[in-house]
Structures are given as structure tokens and as C-alpha cells.
Ligand binder design. Sequence first.
Ligand code: CU
Length: 126
Amino acid sequence: MKSTVISILVASALIAGAFMFATRSPEIATVENVYVGHGTQFIDITAKGKYLPHLTAAKADMPTVLRMQTNGTFDCTAALTIPAVGYRSMLPPSGVTEIEIPPQKSGTTLRGVCAMGMYNFEVQFN
Ligand SMILES: [Cu+2]
């Protein structure tokens, strides 16, 4: 009887764990990609096939530098547009492109999109 209860508990925990794992979006930053140093925050975003992470949580009201990383990027994610700051440029196939973003108000979402609007990323400032 006792062992039945234990196996039901173990099974439930496994199912719950598998469910949480399956529903967790891989698009959202699972690694830290925001660094603060010398009064500026740096945000790393990789462009290759898509933008990763898709969603970044950043601090409002401080100078920000987006560091766009490319590495053998020959798809259209290299043709980057950030309409809110008037940015429109081709990223090099490989390298790091720094884009200065002025301090953003809390609640602002900055969106970067590829030239054809197929892929995008968002930075939410709070
Ligand atoms: Cu595109």
C-alpha cells in the first residue's frame, strides 16, 4: 500500500517535470545575455537563421549597447532593422556589431526585425 502511494507520487512528479520541460519556450533567454558595466548595459543577441534570445529583459533608463553577434550568417537575419531607433544595416557575415540604444523608458519594448519581417527579437525595458 505504502509503495503504491510512493510510486504514484514519483510518477506524478515525473509527468509534471516532463510537462514543464515540454512547455518551456526555448526562445526565451535561458542564459544571461545582459551585462552591466561602466554605467552601460550590454545585450548580446545572436543572428543566424533567427534571433536568439527572442526575448530579453533589460533595465530601463540606462544607456544600452546591443551586441549583435553573427557567425557564418548568410541569411536575412543579417539585414537588421530596429525601427524605433532608426537603425537599418547589414551585419557582417561574422563578427560583433555594436548598436547604441539611448535610455529607454520602463514599459518600452524595442523590436528588431530582419529586412523581410520574417524574424524578430524583442527587448523589454523595465
Ligand atoms: Cu528575413
